[in-house]
Design a protein. Structure first.
Length: 465
C-alpha cells in the first residue's frame, strides 16, 4: 500500500476518489507517525487526535457519497501556533500569553475547515514569531528532519519540519520577513508569500502590512490548491486585496517559455554560500532550457538597504509587547525578543519616518523593474541550514551573518514571492530558489515554480518512524 504519510494533498485526493485509501486511513497513519517522529523534531505543540478522527469520518462519508467539499477534503493540515484556531490555545510561543482555547478561527483556518481539510495539530514557533529560527521559552528547540542537529529555520519552523517529516502534506505559516520562505527553504518545501492582502488575516499582526499568512507544501500543485481556499475573502481582514475569482491550478503547467526572467544573485554586499550560488545558477539554466530568456541583472540599488529598513519597521512593532505585559514580567520574554523590543522603543520619530519613506522608494523601484521582467529569481537565502541554538548563521569570518534580507525585501514591497527547491547541493541539504513577480501575479510565481519542479526530481528527508 502507498505510504500515506508521504503522499501529497493532490495524491491523497486521488486515492480518496478512487477509494484506494480513505481519510480515516490517512489521518490514522499521520497520527501514528507524529507519535513516533515528533519527539525527535519537536514540530507540534499539540495533537488533536479525537477531533481529527471525527473530521476524517465525516470526510470519508462525503467522499463515499461523491460529494467532497474540495480537493482538500480529508487532507491533514497543521497550523502554526501564531494563527488562531478555535479550541486551541493562541500561545504565540510565549510563557506570558493566555492559554485559554481560542473562540474563533483565523480566516485561513476557517477556509480550510470549509474545504473539509482536517486540522489535526498545532506547530511550534519562536516567541511571537520574532526570529528566523524556531525555539522558544515555551516549547524549546525545533529540529530539521534533514539533519536533527540543524535548524528548520523560522519562524514557521514547526510547520516546515512537520511537512518535511511526513506529518501531513500541508501546513499554514506566517511570513512577516520570510517566515514561510525561510523554513520552506531549509526543509526543501514550496512556500508562498502571496501579494499582500491576497490571503485574508485576522487578528491583525502587530507587524501590520509586513505580515502575511501562507501555505507550506511539498508540491506546487498543493500550494495552488491551498491558495484557492485561503484567498477567499473575509470581512475581518482590515486591508484585503481585491477578491479574484481565480483557480490557481489553471495554467499551472503552462511553463516558462517566452518569459523574461532576471537573475539576481545578491541584494548587496553579503556572503553567498558557493553551494547556494551553484544551485540557483543551475535552476536559472533550467529555466533557460525550458525556453525562458534569463538575464543576470542588478537589483535596484535601494535593495541593499532593505535589511536596515526592515529592522526599523520590525523592532518598532515589537516594542508594543512592552506595553502589553507588565514590566515585572518582561524578563520572561526570550532574551533576543526583549532586546529587539527595547531597541524599537528607543527609535526617534525621524528614524521611523525615514524608514517609511525609504520603503516607498524601494517598492517603486521594484515595480519599475517588474515592468521590464516577467519574473525575478534569486537565492531565497544566502546560506544553508545551520546548527540549532544559533540565532543566525555565521559567515566565513566567524561573525553572525543574518541571511534574511532576501526574503524581508519583498515583505517591504508586498510583491508575491515563492520559494521552491533547487536540486540538492553537494552537502545533501536543501537550497531554495525565490521567484518574484509583479503585484497580483501570484499565478505566475506558481507557474514558474511548477515548471522548475517538473524539470527536476524532488526528494524529502528520510526520517524513519
Amino acid at each position: 500500500m502507498t505510504d500515506l504519510t508521504q503522499a501529497s494533498a493532490a495524491g491523497l485526493s486521488g486515492l480518496y476518489r478512487s477509494r484506494s485509501a480513505s481519510p480515516i486511513e490517512a489521518v490514522t497513519a499521520i497520527l501514528a507517525r507524529a507519535e513516533a517522529v515528533n519527539p525527535r523534531i519537536n514540530a507540534l505543540t499539540l495533537i488533536d487526535a479525537d477531533a481529527a478522527l471525527a473530521a476524517a469520518r465525516a470526510s470519508e462519508a462525503r467522499w463515499r457519497r461523491g460529494e467532497p467539499l474540495s480537493p482538500l477534503d480529508g487532507v491533514p493540515v497543521s497550523i502554526k501556533e501564531l494563527v488562531r484556531a478555535k479550541g486551541w490555545p493562541n500561545s504565540m510561543g510565549s510563557q506570558l500569553t493566555d492559554k485559554s482555547p481560542a473562540t474563533e478561527d483565523a480566516p485561513a483556518v476557517a477556509r480550510l475547515r470549509e474545504a473539509g481539510a482536517i486540522l489535526y495539530a498545532q506547530n511550534t514557533s519562536p516567541e511571537y514569531g520574532f526570529k528566523g529560527v524556531t525555539d522558544s521559552p515555551l516549547h524549546g528547540i525545533t529540529r530539521n528532519p534533514w539533519n536533527l542537529d540543524l535548524t528548520p529555520g523560522g519562524s514557521s519552523g514547526g510547520s516546515g519540519a512537520a511537512v518535511a517529516a511526513g506529518l501531513g502534506p500541508l501546513a499554514i505559516g506566517t511570513d512577516g520577513g520570510g517566515s514561510v520562505r525561510i523554513p520552506s527553504t531549509f526543509c526543501g518545501l514550496v512556500g508562498l508569500k502571496a501579494t499582500y492582502g491576497r490571503i485574508p488575516a485576522w487578528p491583525p499582526s502587530m507587524h501590520g502590512d509586513l505580515a502575511n499568512t501562507g501555505p507550506m507544501t511539498r508540491t506546487t500543485l498543493d500550494c495552488a490548491l491551498m491558495l484557492n481556499q485561503l484567498s477567499r475573502p473575509d470581512p475581518r481582514d482590515p486591508f484585503p486585496a481585491q477578491p479574484e475569482d481565480k483557480d490557481y491550478t489553471a495554467g499551472l503547467d503552462a511553463g516558462v517559455k517566452g518569459l523574461k526572467i532576471g537573475l539576481v544573485m545578491k541584494f548587496g554586499d553579503v556572503f553567498l554560500d558557493p553551494e547556494v550560488e551553484a544551485g540557483v545558477t543551475a535552476a536559472a539554466r533550467t529555466f533557460a532550457d525550458l525556453g525562458a530568456v534569463v538575464e543576470p541583472i542588478f537589483a535596484p540599488p535601494q535593495s541593499a538597504e532593505a535589511g536596515q529598513i526592515f529592522v526599523v519597521h520590525w523592532f518598532s512593532a515589537l516594542q508594543r509587547l512592552l506595553q502589553l505585559y507588565p514590566a515585572d514580567q518582561h524578563e520572561r520574554f526570550d532574551p533576543g525578543l526583549l532586546q529587539q523590543a527595547r531597541i524599537g522603543e528607543q527609535y526617534p520619530v525621524q528614524t521611523l519616518v525615514d524608514a517609511m519613506v525609504a520603503r516607498r522608494e524601494l517598492s517603486t523601484a521594484w515595480n519599475l523593474l517588474l515592468t521590464d521582467y516577467d519574473l525575478v529569481i534569486s537565492p531565497t537565502l544566502n546560506v544553508l541550514p545551520f546548527p540549532v541554538g544559533q540565532p543566525f548563521p555565521t559567515g566565513p569570518d566567524g561573525k553572525p551573518n543574518p541571511g534574511w534580507s532576501n526574503t524581508a525585501l519583498f515583505n517591504l514591497t508586498r510583491h508575491p514571492a515563492i520559494t521552491t527547491p533547487a536540486k540538492l547541493g553537494a552537502s545533501g541539504l536543501p537550497i531554495g530558489v525565490q521567484i518574484i513577480a509583479a503585484h497580483y501575479r501570484d499565478d505566475l510565481v506558481l507557474r514558474a515554480s511548477a515548471a522548475l519542479e517538473a524539470a527536476q526530481a524532488r526528494t524529502f528527508p528520510v526520517l524513519p518512524a
